[in-house]
Design a binder for this molecule. Structure first.
Ligand SMILES: [Zn+2]
Length: 863
């Protein structure tokens, strides 16, 4: 044979394929193959065949895949994409896809994760971001069916398959003809579904294709399983972190509910894996305070018709705590949030509070039922995407709040594990609330004990000697034992001891306690009940009445202003409003009795500091009562006295009468909390408006007496009128009382400075004593004028109070102006001095100036 050229060899090989195959299988050198396929030559042995080489090539690819699977920095989707690319090539499939299996709201679903994977497609073009994903339940499509049955399917013609559904085709504009599909599982759990679609160059996928498909699914299931295991591990560790936290924190610090919530939610924020969460706290009160019921009962406010919790409370979020975890961490507390606050406006928290459901919503802004804010909240551009909302339930099965979580940090929707982990969290919160509850109860008992002891220590019931000093049965009835005396005789000798009301002006608005000593004020107090004719009518034993009045006096502490004199004045004014002011006609004798008695007790055991101070100094009282702290204490104290039968002036009433009295005590005493004054003023004004238009007295009486709520509103306003009555007294009295009030305030201011280390407000700052006239004018204008103007309009007999008030305003105003003038003069003098000094300096080096000027001019020598 001559020389063989390249063409001849090619020709021979083409014509003898069998030979070519055998030759290459047998002879091809490893190094050459290594070069062709870029395989590491060390892996290739001499004499390796082509067939073996393709296997080698494949195993190398698989090895590369394995390496990638082991690399934790490569995402699950990227690895699966690589396998699917290869699979598409080997199967000659038009494309491959990955569907992820998950569960939300208790139902399973599948969602697109990688679509349209071809041998050449890029990862980015195939990955479906959460906001574009298509998801559907398991009863839809072959994918759903594969997930449901956990089996493998080779479907030559989808049109002939009952389970086929063109849902995804319609969404993507693709036409599926045939497919291979299988579920990837771990134990009993489905993790994903893999699909190869539309065989190229053949009508369907072959048996050999099935083998290749199944083989490669193994390489996909490894990363899927690994990812799932890591994910579950992560969930477990977050769970145990929370368990640990709960053991440490929940039971360690049992103080108040809100701090508890706050601390809990803040502590676990890193385990929550969401961008933001908010907690809405629900009002737990089932019954409203009497003053909040008034406007409804008077028909001024519509009764509540909105949603209610399963246990019948109005859905009222009184506070929202908003935790922002994306970007800069921040916590916002929103007290009394408006209904259109973004946390509430969707209606979802209300829905959850109403029904107690867990709601896991994907792409929440697109929801039609709920109205989520679609725009950005602030300049960060943060948007709501996915929302998981669930109730916080305590052990009593009451919904105490709603926790809402927004946007999982990885952008994916919340799944069943998120539901589990947040449910666990809200359960803990519920429990902690219960704990706080029981703790609160214990604490309240403790406080009660403390207060009771304090009460006993400070105040002792009037002694027999003290009672006898007024009720002189031994001297006057010549009996050794009071039990041996006739009640009629006791009443007689008691009355003899009491002052003449005319002599001490007991019927007058201008009454002053100054000429009467504190002991005689006890007698004056008893006298008022006789004047009301309630002692005989309600069979109040003379001894009990005397002991009660004496004990009430002793219940007042000897403080600067809120002492027995103030207590007596309020009782006397109540009496005067009823009798001289003619308000008695709307009330029964029993009611008048209770009102005057409550007025005497209204500030009993006052400590000379106000409600705010109780809160700031966390006094036992503040721990016991949530609002109207002192007023509730005065009420409790008064009721405690009445529980002692030897002090119970209402002992001969029947049960219903007794209830009336206790209710009036509550309304009257709580009403003296000036914070509630603004709630009742318009209600009172409306009653006065209506009365003013009536011509006949009977009409007015009927209008008021027919409606117990109107009577309560008027009584509450009377209490305010009595409590502030010092401002209506003759100037000689008012000017002195004002100094006493101011002194008590200044004493509190001193306590704030020393004990609480806080700067007191001007009213309580003794360094600003000169501002008193100005403060008095302000107090008259903003609070008092309304009260006495309306009372004068209500009953002209009460006009002396308004006149007194207006006179005092003139006095205070004059003094305020004098002070203003003085300040102005001082200011001007200062200004003149400064100008003179400046002029001197402006004159230049000539004068040389005194020492003072020299000292000042050091910084001003430029000119
Ligand atoms: Zn008072």
């Amino acid at each position: 044979m001559g020389e063989i050229n390249k063409n001849d060899v090619e020709k021979y090989l083409e014509n003898n394929p069998q030979f070519a195959k055998e030759y290459f299988d047998r002879k091809l050198r490893a190094e050459a193959l290594g070069n062709i396929f870029k395989v590491n030559p060390g892996d290739v042995k001499d004499g390796i065949s082509f067939k073996e080489m393709t296997k080698l090539e494949e195993s190398h690819l698989l090895f590369e895949l394995l390496m990638e699977i082991q690399d934790e920095t490569v995402s699950l989707e990227r690895t699966v994409h690589k396998v699917l690319k290869r699979l598409a090539q080997l199967l000659e499939a038009d494309r491959c896809s990955l569907f992820i299996y998950r569960s939300r709201n208790g139902s399973p679903e599948v969602a697109t994760r990688l679509l349209n994977v071809t041998p050449t497609s890029t990862y980015e073009s195939c990955l479906i971001p959460p906001e574009r994903e298509i998801f559907f339940p398991l009863d839809m499509g072959i994918v759903g069916w594969a997930a449901h049955t956990k089996k493998f399917y080779n479907i030559p013609n989808v049109k002939k398959n009952d389970h086929f559904c063109d849902f995804v085709d319609q969404q993507t504009g693709y036409t599926t003809v045939n497919m291979l599909a299988t579920a990837v599982t771990q134990g009993k759990e489905v993790l994903a579904v893999i699909m190869a679609v539309n065989k190229k160059n053949a009508p369907e996928f072959s048996k050999a294709d099935e083998e290749v498909f199944k083989k490669y699914i193994n390489f996909i299931s490894i990363p899927l399983k690994q990812y799932h295991t890591t994910y579950l591990y992560n969930i477990e560790s977050r769970k145990s972190q929370m368990l640990l936290w709960s053991a440490n924190k929940v039971f360690e610090e049992l103080t108040d509910i809100e701090r508890q919530f706050h601390k809990a939610l803040y502590t676990i924020r890193m385990y929550l894996n969401c961008e933001r969460y908010s907690v809405g706290l629900l009002d737990m009160t089932k019954e409203k305070e009497f003053y909040d019921e008034w406007p409804i009962k008077l028909g001024e406010v519509e009764p509540y018709k909105g949603p209610k919790t399963p246990d019948g409370r109005e859905v009222n979020f009184y506070k929202i705590i908003d935790y922002i975890l994306h970007g800069k961490e921040e916590i916002k507390v929103i007290p009394s949030p408006p209904a259109d606050h973004w946390c509430l406006v969707s209606g979802l928290p209300t829905y959850v509070a109403e029904n107690g459901f867990i709601c896991n919503m994907m792409n929440a802004p697109a929801d039609e039922y709920f109205n989520f804010q679609k725009e950005a909240f602030d300049e960060t551009g943060w948007l709501i995407k996915n929302v998981l909302s669930l109730p916080i339930v305590n052990k009593k099965e009451e919904i105490v709040g709603v926790a809402t979580f927004y946007n999982r940090k990885d952008g994916k929707p919340f799944d069943e594990y998120d539901e589990q982990i947040t449910e666990m969290l809200t359960q803990f919160l519920g429990w902690s609330v219960l704990n706080t509850d029981t703790y609160d109860k214990m604490n309240k008992l403790e406080n009660r004990k403390e207060i009771a002891q304090e009460m006993l220590m400070y105040q002792t019931k009037a002694t027999p000697d003290e009672v006898e000093s007024i009720l002189q049965y031994r001297d006057k009835l010549e009996q050794e034992c009071i039990e041996d005396c006739e009640e009629r005789d006791l009443i007689k000798i008691l009355k003899e001891e009491l002052p003449d009301p005319k002599e001490v002006d007991l019927y007058e608005f201008r009454f002053s306690d100054f000429p009467v000593d504190e002991y005689d004020l006890i007698k004056c107090g008893i006298r008022l009940f006789f004047e009301l004719n309630v002692v005989e009518k309600f069979k109040v034993p003379a001894e009990v009445l005397t002991r009660w009045m004496y004990t009430v006096r002793k219940g007042y502490r000897d403080i600067t202003y809120h002492n027995w004199r103030h207590g007596f004045n309020v009782g006397q004014t109540m009496f005067t409003l009823l009798m001289t002011g003619k308000i008695k006609k709307y009330y029964s004798d029993l009611e008048a009795f209770a009102m005057v008695a409550a007025a005497f007790c209204h500030d009993i055991d006052h400590r000379g500091t106000n409600n705010l101070y109780q809160m700031k100094s966390s006094s036992p009282l503040a721990k016991l009562h949530g609002s109207s702290i002192l007023e509730r204490h005065h009420l409790e104290y008064s009721k405690t006295l009445l529980q002692d039968e030897t002090l119970n002036i209402f002992q001969n009433l029947n049960k219903r009468q007794h209830e009336v009295v206790l209710h009036l005590f509550e309304v009257a005493i709580i009403a003296t909390d000036l914070a509630l004054y603004f709630k009742k003023r318009t209600m009172f004004q409306k009653i006065v408006d209506a009365i003013e238009k009536m011509e006949k007295e009977e009409d007015a009486i009927r209008y008021i007496t027919m409606d117990p709520i109107k009577k309560e509103v008027i009584m509450a306003m009377m209490m305010t009128g009595c409590d502030l009555s010092a401002i209506t007294k003759p100037w000689e009295v008012q000017s002195e009382v004002a100094i006493m009030v101011a002194n008590e305030f200044w004493e509190q201011g001193d306590l704030e400075r020393t004990v609480l280390q806080q700067q007191p407000i001007p009213m309580m700052d003794r360094n600003k004593a000169d501002e008193l006239p100005k403060l008095q004018v302000g107090f008259i204008d903003f609070v008092c004028t309304f009260v006495y103007k309306e009372f004068s309009r209500f009953h002209k007999e009460i006009t002396p109070m308004l006149s007194g008030l207006l006179n005092n305003r003139v006095q205070w105003k004059a003094r305020a102006e004098v002070y203003e003038q003085k300040l102005k003069a001082l200011e001007e003098e200062k200004k003149k001095k400064e100008e003179a000094a400046a002029a001197k300096r402006g004159g230049g080096g000539g004068g040389g100036g005194g020492g003072e000027d020299d000292g000042k001019s050091k910084t001003c020598t430029i000119l």
